[in-house]
Design a binder for this molecule. Structure first.
Ligand code: SAM
Length: 298
């Protein structure tokens, strides 16, 4: 294919929908393997403190069609609640629940900001959706992007004190907001969003960990963080660019002009695709253990 045609295919990928872009990311990166690995450690820690016959319960916030479904569904037989704003993603799970008779899995369509940042909605959600029963695990896998960083503490506070059982955990995963690698998704976002819109990534889970540790409400909690590096590469430039547009938040947040999109596409082609250089993502895992005395795994 000529250079012109390749660049055109990369530009066309900007029109793909986010669901499809996310599927490409899941397939050609090892993000889900990384999330699954830490999740398994959290579940292992939780399992060690409860009687074997207790059926555990979990809430996944921004679950999408729940890539960790097979892990969560088997471990949380007392109820697995999947909350997402996107009905499309939840319909995929609904079909699976019916087909595979996993009726301990419940889908809930809703906006987590509206639910957890408002006292009345929070109480209604707890009563009506969770049957007034606390959960042993809350996951926020790549979903805190959709909440202002200044609201995180409020959300964590509410989840910790009102939704978590007396022994429980929370697991959040997010792209690191700082990275020294010029091949990273963080660098790409900060470079182009900074150059064209004067903004940078302020969703810093590492700083948030320190903030949480200083809160009286979390004094007895174990608050742990680790950063893992994952790779993305695919032998199809259109697919490569589909993921780049998702990372650069085009078009929902930043509407790069055609000229800017051309500059980005040519940059990615030269820096990554032509030299078979994978895109790196540094991602932070934050785990909060509540009421667990032994050192929890992360
Ligand atoms: C990047 S995906 C992550 C999906 C999945 N947790 C994972 O780890 O692959 C983010 C998900 O959060 C959902 N989401 C975005 N804003 C939301 C909100 N305000 N309330 C609930 N879900 C939201 C999106 O619909 C999407 O399914």
């Amino acid at each position: 294919m000529s250079y012109k045609k390749i660049i055109e295919s990369g530009l066309r990928a900007a029109q793909d929908n986010m669901c499809g872009q996310d599927k490409i990311w899941s397939r050609y990166s090892h993000d889900k393997v990384d999330v699954g690995e830490v999740l398994a450690k959290v579940i292992r820690t939780l399992s060690s403190v409860f009687p074997l016959n207790l059926k555990l319960r979990a809430l996944s916030i921004g679950s999408s069609d729940e890539p960790q479904f097979r892990i969560l569904e088997t471990a949380f037989r007392g109820g697995l609640y999947l909350l997402d704003i996107n009905n499309c993603a939840l319909n995929v799970v609904k079909e699976r629940i019916k087909r595979q008779r996993t009726d301990h899995v419940i889908t809930i369509e809703g906006d987590y900001n509206k639910i957890f940042l408002n006292a009345k909605s929070r109480e209604d959600f707890f009563k009506e959706k969770l049957n007034s029963s606390e959960v042993h695990l809350v996951t926020l896998h790549h979903s805190l992007y959709y909440c202002l960083a200044r609201d995180w503490l409020n959300i964590f506070d509410n989840l910790y004190s009102k939704f978590l059982a007396h022994k429980a955990a929370m697991h959040a995963v997010l792209m690191s907001s700082k990275s020294t690698s010029q091949s990273s998704t963080t660098w790409l976002y900060n470079h182009f969003a900074g150059k064209f819109f004067g903004v940078h990534d302020d969703q810093d889970l590492r700083a948030f960990k320190k903030k949480l540790q200083k809160q009286p409400a979390f004094k007895k909690a174990q608050v742990e963080l680790r950063t893992n590096r994952i790779y993305f590469d695919v032998d199809d430039f259109k697919k490569f660019m589909a993921v780049v547009w998702m990372i650069l938040l085009y078009p929902n947040v930043h509407k790069y002009s055609l000229k800017q999109r051309e500059e980005i596409t040519e940059f990615i082609y030269k820096k990554f695709y032509k030299t078979r250089h994978p895109l790196i993502q540094e991602q932070d895992h934050l785990v909060v253990y509540k009421g667990i005395k032994s050192k929890g795994l992360i």
